[in-house]
Design a protein. Structure first.
Ligand SMILES: [Fe+2]
Length: 459
């Protein structure tokens, strides 16, 4: 419900309103915006994490320096007591710590509430809590519950420990004697003051705020540039597509002109083939290839001499053999263009027959690509319903009778079953249309199936 409401509110904004999925506007205003916002969000999160770690490290450094200074003072005091009074190391340290608790140090960050001095050889020498600290039991519990193992090297440990919602710095630092040899470790618990905690939080929030602000401002500046570039890219892509379609038209029409005076046959076979493909739910991309193939199916006839191509009577056997080569010639022509190459199914297979009696390879049933099987029906249907110099146009009924007779021999019977359902309507739609009217129908089909680079982006 909440999601629906948000969606309804968003729909009121112009940039969310218009667009159907797949359009350029949808890509630029919705997909691109969503992607940029997502990247901004992710980038802000990563930046926030880095800031958080950096601020914490800064805190460690400050506590570490304070602890180090404090230990140096402790060591100096211990030596003083040992020299003056000749007491044991442990007694001298004990006295030094008692004296130190009276010495002022910078307590604005926090206070040391626990000291442990651990010798490498003698184990724990000093284990001292600040009993003036009101929550010292919490620290005692933590120390008792954690079985801490001192390392044998000079490594340092610094970590924030959360106890009952309060933050402490748990710090372990190596201790060296005057000659620089490791003699043990100082372990402390440092209680952060509330003001330090607030300051830390404030620093983190402020830095995150500025980081996010910078990311958002940068995005806001870059967004129009990206949108503009995307638009230019889309315009370029559309121009390129227009040129390609123009090539398709010019090639298709060039061969149609050699065969007859009009482009109508080319237009009609393409429209019929697409309608049948839609009826059998062929994927859009395959229909795109079918359109190219339908337009260019006889492009190889460019290489057939006029005395064969335009011969009014029946071709001799050798002439027919030459005529058949238009299939290979067509395949060779389209193979030179990457964009046209997917027309090969129709160009190469439009004279194959379902029972294997076609040419050039005598392919049968499913061996013939579906685009070629679809096209074969539309090509013959249009040839029969059209008037040619050597024959009159057959009526719809006469045409369908011939087509049905060839189901299973020339044509795929399954496709014929589908074709039967749309043929009457198609006949009515196309029968008396001139070149211009057919061109308009085809234009609509091309708009529907040919995608520009930008619209075919998967998102
Ligand atoms: Fe042909």
């Amino acid at each position: 419900m909440a999601f629906k409401k948000i969606k309804m509110i968003l729909q009121k904004f112009p940039f969310m309103k218009t667009n159907k999925k797949g359009s350029l506007k949808y890509f630029v205003y919705v997909v691109l915006t969503r992607r940029i916002l997502l990247v901004t969000l992710l980038f802000s999160l990563v930046l926030s994490a880095i800031v958080h770690i950096s601020v914490n490290n800064d805190l460690y450094d400050r506590v570490f320096i304070t602890a180090h200074n404090r230990f140096e003072t402790l060591r100096a005091r211990t030596n003083e007591y040992r020299e003056k009074e000749g007491v044991s190391l442990q007694q001298a340290m004990d006295q030094a710590i008692s004296a130190l608790s009276l010495i002022q140090y910078d307590k604005s960050i926090g206070i040391f509430v626990y000291y442990q001095i651990n010798s490498l050889n003698e184990g724990t020498l000093i284990d001292r809590y600040d009993d003036n600290y009101p929550d010292i039991d919490r620290i005692k519990r933590y120390i008792a519950d954690t079985q801490f193992q001192f390392s044998k090297d000079g490594s340092t440990l610094q970590e924030i420990v959360k106890l009952d919602g309060y933050s402490y710095v748990h710090l372990v630092m190596p201790l060296y004697n005057k000659t620089g040899n490791l003699i043990g470790h100082l372990r402390t618990m440092f209680s952060l003051t509330q003001s330090t905690m607030d300051q830390l939080k404030g620093e983190v929030y402020a830095t995150i705020f500025y980081a996010v602000l910078i990311v958002i401002l940068t995005t806001a500046i870059l967004y129009p540039v990206i949108v503009n570039l995307t638009r230019k890219l889309a315009a370029f892509s559309i121009d390129l597509l227009d040129s390609n379609i123009e090539t398709l038209r010019v090639l298709g029409n060039a061969i149609a002109k050699r065969d007859s005076d009009t482009n109508s046959h080319n237009y009609r076979v393409t429209i019929i083939a697409v309608r049948l493909a839609e009826k059998v739910n062929l994927p859009s991309q395959q229909i795109e290839s079918l359109i190219k193939g339908a337009f260019l199916h006889d492009v190889g006839k460019i290489g057939i001499s006029d005395n064969i191509l335009l011969k009014p009577g029946k071709l001799t056997e050798s002439e027919f053999a030459l005529m058949k080569t238009h299939v290979e010639k067509g395949l060779e022509i389209i193979s030179r263009s990457k964009w046209l190459s997917d027309a090969k199914d129709v160009v190469g297979g439009h004279h194959e027959k379902y029972d294997g009696s076609g040419y050039p390879h005598g392919l049968r049933s499913d061996q013939i690509p579906i685009n070629a099987r679809i096209f074969a029906i539309s090509d013959v249907f249009d040839a029969l319903t059209s008037r040619r110099p050597y024959k009159k146009a057959f009526t719809f009924e006469e045409t369908m009778k011939i087509v049905m007779e060839k189901s299973g021999t020339h044509f795929d019977p399954e496709l014929i079953d589908h074709f039967k359902l749309i043929s009457a309507k198609l006949y009515q739609e196309l029968i008396n249309k001139d070149d211009e009217a057919l061109r308009k129908i085809l234009h609509g089909i091309i708009q529907k199936y040919f995608s520009t680079g930008i619209d075919s982006l998967s998102y």
